[in-house]
Design a protein around this ligand. Structure first.
Ligand code: SF4
Length: 267
């Protein structure tokens, strides 16, 4: 379907033919949450990773081929895919699925599906396993795609929107962390692949910003320090002006985009 898969390609988002059909009329308007590959057209080979003959047959194939764990394999999802990845020749890309029992269990409620998919797929992606993912525990076709992309983003596998790192807040926090994070998200949520840290104080905040591109850190009561990477570049900005100054800093570093007119909040 025109998307490279495996090797250094981005981790792809699969959907089923049924779900594709139900979304077909609006795929062009789905922005960053479009389905990329239809499961039934992908030629994926499904095997039980405990079956040495099946693994050997796939490993003997002359060309790389997309492989997944077969439905109804009686194993929990995470160990099943870890076993597959351990036994499979690494030239074969792997399709991860959040469930191996799609046909025999009723669809889970959305929150349950979200937690199960995030735990299973997120763990595997953080292990470095997986070249494509399929979320099917979430019953809504569009919601399952949003969930798939959000899992990729949260795992740091495929950054397609702004990423935020915030401290949990404590007695040292120098501003209303939740309110400020929401304000920053509202102003910057449309950017692509920018990571912003929002930290309550300069005592521990800068050390906890991980690999953020920009930092918004409480410097003193009502005053904010701004960082580029781990370097402080602006000090003691009044809180009321700090989000505007942060936007200016993002702009100076060539990472600002004007928000699209009428864009949806997909955060
Ligand atoms: S960064 Fe500062 S305010 Fe935030 S949790 Fe750590 S010590 Fe508390």
């Amino acid at each position: 379907m025109g998307h490279a898969l495996g090797g250094g390609s981005p981790v792809r988002v699969f959907t089923t033919q049924d779900r594709w059909n139900s979304l077909a009329h609006k795929i062009s308007t789905m922005g960053d949450f479009k389905p990329e590959i239809i499961l039934e057209k992908s030629g994926v080979v499904a095997i039980d990773p405990r079956d040495p003959a099946a693994v050997e047959a796939v490993n003997a194939l002359p060309e790389p081929c997309l492989v997944t764990v077969a439905d109804h394999t009686v194993m929990p999802v995470i160990p099943a895919f870890r076993l597959l990845a351990a036994r499979l020749d690494p030239r074969h890309p792997v399709l991860l699925k959040d469930r191996l029992d799609d046909a025999c269990e009723p669809p889970a409620a959305s929150l349950t599906a979200l937690l199960a998919a995030a735990t299973r797929l997120g763990s595997l992606l953080c292990d470095g396993i997986g070249d494509a993912i399929l979320v099917r525990g979430e019953p809504g076709p569009a919601a399952s795609l949003r969930l798939a992309y959000n899992i990729l983003q949260a795992a740091g596998t495929r950054i397609f929107k702004t990423d935020y790192v915030a401290c949990p807040s404590c007695g040292r926090t120098l501003f209303n962390l939740q309110h400020t994070t929401q304000k920053i998200r509202a102003a910057t949520g449309h950017l692509k692949g920018v990571r912003i840290a929002v930290m309550g104080c300069i005592v521990n905040g800068p050390g906890e910003m991980a690999d953020a591109d920009f930092g918004y850190v409480g410097g003193a009561p009502g005053k904010i320090n701004l960082y580029v990477g781990k370097t402080p570049v602006q000090f003691n900005i009044p809180e009321a002006a700090a989000v505007t100054r942060l936007i200016g800093l993002i702009r100076e570093h060539g990472k600002w985009l004007e928000p699209p007119a009428g864009s949806e909040d997909n955060t």
